[in-house]
Ligand binder design. Structure first.
Ligand code: NAD
Length: 491
């Protein structure tokens, strides 16, 4: 049964669906980057409010700036913007929910003036973003806005015909300023530490080059709340579509699949109002830092701890690593003894329960989270997710064996073959540089540690780390993963 407004009433009883009058919803939010994550996260919190008869002025208008967004728009238009959230979990109470929070969708390529007008309209009070980490045109190391990128240069030269997020936001804000309309809040939901600050820095970097007075006005009046967002949302596959149809009869061109867990911690800084998301489980705070540190250290760091060793042991999915007792003990020990001592108290969170939940989430069979996905781009992920823990351990003189093992396993992982001789896929945008540095040879340790994007300068200058790393790499190469884990766990 093709999903649309007409067929809603005929869906099986177990499928949740909008109970509010969708025609009465006004879109106060424009969301740029309607991929899987937005549809599984912000749109679901908003849907929950709508289901309670609240937030009728906070519906969502999707916006796509890239050619690949056309397919999503076509899929949604063909079903009156409805789509299905298909939760993948190992318990019986997973949700299948048809979502109505998105009510419109504009493509930059198709209707640039329409999109600018929508952003400039007083009806739009929040512009939210999931444009991926790379979408912020920001240098990872220096935090500087990359004004020389061709697309940015284009938008600076043609401010009225923008192509990038920052070009659109600046043009819309310029029109609002000229018309005396209050600015919207720019709410980033990308997986970046201090995502609001990054968005602000990028938008100011653009706007000040375009018109310094506009930049000053944005700096003074626009809010950019930071947020910590969390929900594993894999790419939808045809197998997911078929499974959904077999289970419910729903024929959905583009359902979204996600784990049952969901978390959103958000700074309460909005310049033109916001939905009452706190009534549907969003945690508001003045400072998102402790939540980010917790998530990055434990979830993202935990993923790094299981991925490389797991692949070498022959595992291909995250859940297999959690069924492996020894590896699970190691991951938990890393969380408890290496990461947790460096975390500040996290208001409202019981860290032990949080870690228990993480282990359960990693063990989710239904979601089928691939190690190749988690292990992708280690040269960027290790410095973001594990190096902060390591730096603190170096500063406090803590034992380094468990943390050093993550880096040593990452080096072995580059060989792309497990201990049974079976190949696996390894991906990294810096593939060539990483391959050069990690290839076996007498000076391997020195070459690896000279990889500045991963280790910086301080870590290779710490003899305790160099020793620990060398020892763990030697153990992996001579004793194998099991013996190395046993020795490390016994230390
Ligand atoms: P996706 O591939 O389904 O969608 C990505 C969207 O971003 C698309 O609409 C695309 O057009 C848009 N986009 C990409 N680059 C852009 C750019 N330069 N300018 C404008 N738009 C751009 O991916 P997703 O799963 O929705 O994830 C998107 C982001 O959400 C991630 O990069 C991450 O920051 C965040 N996130 C994802 C997850 C997850 O599990 N998928 C979890 C937490 C946070």
């Amino acid at each position: 049964m093709k999903l649309n407004s007409e067929t809603l009433a005929r869906l099986p009883a177990r499928v949740l669906r909008p109970v509010y009058d969708r025609r009465r919803v006004r879109q106060g939010i424009v969301h740029i980057g309607v991929g899987g994550f937005h549809r599984a996260h912000q749109a679901i919190y908003t849907e929950q409010l709508l289901q309670q008869g609240q937030a009728m002025e906070w519906g969502i208008c999707g916006a796509g700036l890239r050619p690949e967004d056309r397919a999503m728009r076509e899929a949604l238009v063909s079903q009156d913007y409805l789509y299905t959230l298909y939760e993948l979990g190992d318990s019986a109470d997973t949700r299948i929910q048809v979502v109505g929070a998105i009510g419109d969708f504009l493509l930059a390529d198709e209707d640039r003036p329409g999109l600018i007008a929508r952003l400039a309209s007083p009806q739009t009070r929040i512009v939210s973003l999931t444009i991926t980490e790379g979408g912020y045109c920001t240098d990872d190391d220096t935090g500087e806005f990359l004004a020389d990128l061709p697309a940015i240069r284009h938008d600076l030269a043609h401010p009225e015909a923008p192509t990038t997020v920052f070009g659109f936001l600046a043009e819309a804000l310029a029109r609002r300023r000229a018309a005396g309309v209050a600015p919207f809040t720019v709410m980033s939901c990308d997986n970046l530490p201090h995502n609001g600050r990054v968005a602000r820095n990028a938008l100011l970097g653009f706007a000040r080059r375009r018109d310094p007075a506009l930049g000053d006005w944005i700096a003074e009046h626009v809010c950019f709340p930071n947020s910590m967002v969390d929900r594993i949302t894999p790419t939808t596959s045809d197998a997911h579509r078929r499974r959904l149809q077999a289970e419910t009869g729903i024929e959905d061109a583009w359902p979204v699949v996600a784990e049952p867990f969901s978390q959103w911690v958000l700074e309460d800084r909005f310049c033109d109002g916001r939905p009452a998301w706190e009534t549907v489980g969003v945690q508001f705070t003045d400072d998102v830092t402790p939540y980010e540190d917790m998530k990055i250290g434990l979830l993202n760091g935990g993923h790094q701890a299981l991925a490389y060793l797991g692949a070498l042991l022959g595992h291909r999915y995250a859940h297999e690593t959690m069924q492996d007792r020894q590896l699970r003990d190691y991951v938990r020990a890393y969380m408890d003894r290496d990461v947790t001592p460096g975390l500040k108290p996290v208001p409202g969170i019981d860290l032990t329960a949080y870690k228990d939940t993480l282990i359960q989430r990693f063990a989710n069979v239904a979601i089928g989270d691939q190690i190749s996905r988690i292990g992708y781009d280690g040269s960027s992920r290790l410095p973001k997710f594990v190096v902060p823990t390591l730096m603190r351990q170096i500063d406090t003189g803590a034992p380094l064996a468990r943390t050093a093992l993550i880096f040593a396993a990452w080096v072995q992982y580059q060989r792309a073959v497990d201990e049974q001789g079976r190949p696996f896929t390894v991906g990294d945008p810096r593939a060539e540089q990483v391959a050069q540095a990690t290839r076996p040879g007498p000076d391997q340790v020195e070459r690896v540690l000279a990889l500045e994007p991963v280790f910086g300068r301080k870590i290779p200058a710490c003899p305790a780390f160099v020793d620990a790393f060398r020892r763990q790499l030697e153990r992996l190469q001579t004793l194998g993963v099991r013996r190395t884990l046993a020795l490390t766990l016994a230390e």
